[in-house]
Ligand binder design. Structure first.
Ligand SMILES: *Cc1c(COP(=O)(O)O)cnc(C)c1O
Length: 398
């Protein structure tokens, strides 16, 4: 198994995915972690409650489901091991993870710097919800550390970033970002959903908190919503306390699906990295494709950064079909393997055209202003064979 203390950390292996952080002995001698489907936990006596409250219980135990659950806790320990952080917490969704982590760190009067091409709902939370509580924010380009630095004010508490970003797969220089945060005494948070710990571990570069939409690659089967926050014990602990207040806990059954997903993460990511690269190379030579965005292609603006900090580039490829909205839609509609749906990272290929999905409410000009081309298609490879995906794309594009 790889040593998380090595720098830069050795790439994770499937041995890590199956065994890292896994308890050797489990209740009832089970192999997987049992689903402890209970909302509360009993105490044998009032004295046992006193021992628990004073932190003197002989064993690690739980009190009430909103504060913790053994199935959830087991998955949290595995994620922390894989991410190379002291601790991790699981949530009911990626957005629950992101919003709880941010709320745990900022208060009214403080300021956040947020990357421009980040996940749309995170941006909405920062600019809409947090603004109502007196937290201000400035946007800066993910790939411009100078602009991020200029946006920092004395009251800035947090830089919220993403790497790679959606849908253009921009990569942030994580080491530079972490150093900037340390220099300015500002905490750094990176949403690494597109990378997964198999392709990049931001904490190794000094990033304070790593957030995942576990719904995507880590869950990996398009069957469960979950999120995670990973980082140093202190920061994770205040986020955990706030989760107990806000209540966005992961259900034990969902946690068990996540644990099952994690075991094959290494196999799936290896296949999806290979598929992503094959699809990106194929599309970049296709005459009907205007432009391809994939950080593993030398033509991507962040190719050098990605090569430095990632060991693979994932299964998502964004590309612009020549001819705009209708041309893009006709390619999407002609594809036979991927289903048309938002999301990515599962074993099934999915495809979406941002102009008709996430950004449908805007006019073509508004989309252009935020850089969403009408003919942009996001193709998310599953674990299908690359030759089948390429044949399907070839047919749809012809
Ligand atoms: C999907 C996604 C989220 C939100 O996660 P949910 O699990 O859908 O709540 C956050 N960030 C990124 C980058 C995502 O792709």
């Amino acid at each position: 198994m790889s040593d998380p203390n090595e720098f830069p950390p050795a790439p994770l292996t499937s041995t890590d995915a199956v065994h890292a952080g896994d308890a050797r002995a489990k209740p009832y001698d089970a192999v997987p972690t049992p689903v402890v489907q209970t909302s509360t936990f009993t105490f044998e006596s009032s004295a046992a409650i006193a021992r628990f409250t004073n932190g003197e219980s002989a064993e690690e135990r739980e009190e009430y489901g909103r504060y913790g659950n053994p199935t959830v806790r087991a998955v949290e320990k595995r994620l922390a091991k894989l991410e190379g952080t002291e601790d991790a917490i699981l949530f009911s969704s990626g957005m629950a993870a992101m919003t709880t982590a941010i709320l745990a760190l900022v208060r009214g009067g403080q300021h956040i710097v947020y990357v421009r091409d980040g996940y749309r709902m995170t941006r909405e939370f920062v600019e809409g919800t947090l603004a109502r509580f007196g937290v201000s924010a400035d946007l800066a380009s993910a790939r411009d550390l100078g602009a991020i630095e200029r946006a920092i004010r004395p009251e800035t508490r947090l830089i919220v970033s993403e790497s790679p970003t959606n849908p253009y797969l921009s990569c942030v220089d994580l080491e530079g970002l972490a150093q900037l945060g340390q220099k300015k005494r500002v905490k750094t948070l990176v949403d690494a959903t597109f990378a997964t710990p198999f392709n990049c571990r931001p904490a190794a570069f000094g990033i304070d908190l790593v957030v995942h939409s576990v719904t995507k690659y880590i869950g990996g089967h398009n069957d469960v919503l979950a999120g995670a926050v990973c980082g140093r014990a202190g920061l994770v602990s205040i986020t955990r306390d706030l989760r107990g207040v806000l209540g966005s806990v992961c259900d034990p059954h969902a946690a068990s699906l996540v644990e099952r997903g994690i075991k094959t993460l290494g196999l799936r990511i290896a296949k999806q990295n290979a598929n992503g690269l094959a699809v990106a190379r194929f599309l970049s030579e296709h005459p009907r494709v205007e432009r391809v965005y994939y950080p593993g292609l030398p033509s991507h603006p962040d190719y050098a950064v990605a090569q430095r900090q990632m060991t693979g580039f994932g299964g998502v490829v964004s590309f612009v079909v020549r001819g705009g909205l209708e041309a893009g839609a006709s390619v999407v509609d002609r594809l036979r393997i991927p289903r048309i749906a938002p999301s990515f990272g599962g074993v099934e290929a999915l495809v979406e055209q941002p102009a008709v999905m996430s950004f449908y409410a805007m006019t073509s000009d508004e989309r252009a202003a935020i850089g969403i081309a009408d003919g942009l298609v996001r193709f998310s490879c599953g674990i299908e064979e690359a030759e089948d995906l390429l044949a399907d794309l070839d047919r749809a594009l012809s």
